[in-house]
Design a binder for this molecule. Structure first.
Ligand SMILES: C[S@@+](CC[C@H](N)C(=O)[O-])C[C@H]1O[C@@H](n2cnc3c(N)ncnc32)[C@H](O)[C@@H]1O
Ligand code: SF4
Length: 447
């Protein structure tokens, strides 16, 4: 790490700014308000859909996702049926729309519902909403369970991109995080996907895990590159046992310290750059011809609840327990989150209700700050001349501190995040966050 960047930056706890305002700022949202929001969506509006499927066959100790461990087919079947029903309810609630531009199946492990249910779900959604030309359909997959039948169902449902969890390839690290998988399992899954015509493959790797050193991180990054991943997401382990008690299986004292985490992140970046990948935003890497690298070069990279995205659709509908959507029209913006409780979610949908629970409409000020935060998280540059004087004056003391510590460079009308500051870009975003420090929420380490 550059000696001019104090270690306090890596130790700070800050939001990941996948939304602004961030989820801890959401408030109770009733169904009638959400229906009013949906009623404003225009007939030409391209839609994105995020479907959350919160099931896995076994628990990874580090997991920070909203998921449940089950092999109960009835429970899973009820949930899959509820997702299809929710899609119908949304279609009825929308006065018109322009079809799906992007769809993301997230989890948990979406393929846990099985090949037949996946096929039915995707076909029902395609037929119900309609699909725009060039739409990208993506699914998160677990290489340990991705069999031939599931891959075929994904392909039949129009999935064009898959992301697979790798984390770390070292067997000792794998034992210490409760996730053992062979290199062959990952390579086999990639091979099956490609054979079925799902040609875009992303791999997730992690640093900051117990027992990990820079050598393991480098070996895992090289493995991901050797498999020809189109994108590699490099996630720093977020240890939040107060929110995810199962993470207590990993002892805090066994985790790499802040400085080591920064070194591991740098090692992953160096290894992937050497293998020909371009760094995207805070934690993604993509081959030069991948759509995410192209979007970044064109200033069209976006940020949503899944992290960095190329998805330009103004409205994202979240389906499934805990899913978050973002409604955007010419003069309205708001976030809506479904009930995270699976039983209540299934029951509400069964009663013909949209199962929304929390969210918030955005004020003019929220929308402005959201735009600034998204641009700096994606571009690492801000045109300060575009900002209202009042916002700039409010942010200036924080930005000047960041300049003194080598995180940003300031000119009268421009802000650049420095090469060493990129990893700490959340601190730059935080300068524009009106809600930070009001006590709501507790976040993981900023690197
Ligand atoms: C939904 S999972 C991916 C699909 C599948 N469930 C799997 O694990 O293979 C999403 C990714 O989030 C990352 N992840 C999970 N828990 C995390 C945590 N506590 N901190 C940082 N990243 C985490 C992992 O890299 C994981 O692959
Ligand atoms: S990391 Fe993936 S497979 Fe493991 S528990 Fe979390 S969502 Fe499930």
């Amino acid at each position: 790490m550059n000696a001019t960047v104090p270690i306090s930056y890596a130790l700070a706890n800050l939001p990941r700014y996948t939304s602004y305002p961030t989820a801890p700022q959401f408030q109770a949202l009733d169904e009638a308000s959400y229906r009013d929001w949906l009623a404003e969506i225009g007939p030409e509006t391209a839609l994105s859909l995020y479907l959350h499927i919160p099931f896995c066959k076994s628990l990874c100790w580090y997991c920070g996702c909203h998921t449940a461990i089950t092999r109960n087919d009835d429970r899973i079947g009820r949930y899959a049926a509820a997702l299809r029903r929710e899609a119908e309810l949304l279609q009825d609630a929308l006065p018109g729309h322009g079809g799906i531009a992007a769809l993301h199946l997230g989890g948990g492990t979406p393929t846990a519902i099985g090949g037949a249910a996946l096929r039915d779900l995707l076909q029902a959604i395609r037929a119900g909403f309609g699909v725009r030309d060039g739409a990208e359909f993506a699914a998160e997959c677990d290489p340990r369970t991705l069999n031939e039948e599931t891959v075929e169902a994904l392909a039949a449902g129009g999935i064009t991109r898959a992301s697979l969890g790798v984390q770390d390839i070292n067997p000792t690290v794998q034992k210490r995080i409760g996730r053992v998988q062979t290199d062959d399992a990952v390579a086999g899954a990639v091979e099956r996907l490609r054979r079925a015509g799902i040609l875009r493959v992303n791999l997730d790797i992690m640093y900051g895990l117990p027992g990990q050193t820079e050598a393991e991180v480098a070996a895992t990054a090289r493995f991901a590159a050797a498999l020809g991943a189109d994108r590699v997401a490099v996630f720093g382990y977020a240890h939040v046992p107060w929110m995810k008690p199962h993470q207590n299986a990993i002892r805090s004292e066994d985790l790499p310290g802040a400085l080591e985490r920064v070194r591991q992140a740098e090692t992953a970046e160096r290894t992937l750059r050497e293998a020909g990948y371009e760094a995207i935003g805070l934690d993604h890497f993509a081959r030069r011809d991948d759509s995410m690298a192209v979007a970044q070069r064109n200033g069209r990279l976006r940020r949503n609840f899944q992290g960095y995205t190329t998805d330009p659709a103004p409205t994202l509908l979240g389906l499934g327990a805990s899913a978050i959507g973002s409604i955007g029209t010419a003069d309205f913006a708001g976030y809506a989150q479904n009930d995270p409780d699976e039983r209540r979610y299934v029951a509400a949908v069964g009663n013909g209700q949209l199962p929304v629970k929390r969210g918030r409409p955005l004020t003019e000020d929220d929308r402005l700050r959201r735009h600034v935060i998204e641009r700096v998280m994606c571009d690492f540059v801000l045109d300060l001349a575009e900002l209202p004087e009042s916002l700039l004056e409010e942010a200036r003391p924080g930005l000047e501190r960041l300049e003194a510590d080598g995180i940003v460079a300031l000119a009268p009308d421009m802000l650049w995040v420095t090469a060493t500051g990129r990893r700490h870009v959340r601190h730059v975003a935080a300068c524009f966050d009106a809600y930070l420090g009001n006590g709501a929420g507790r976040h993981s380490a900023a690197v």
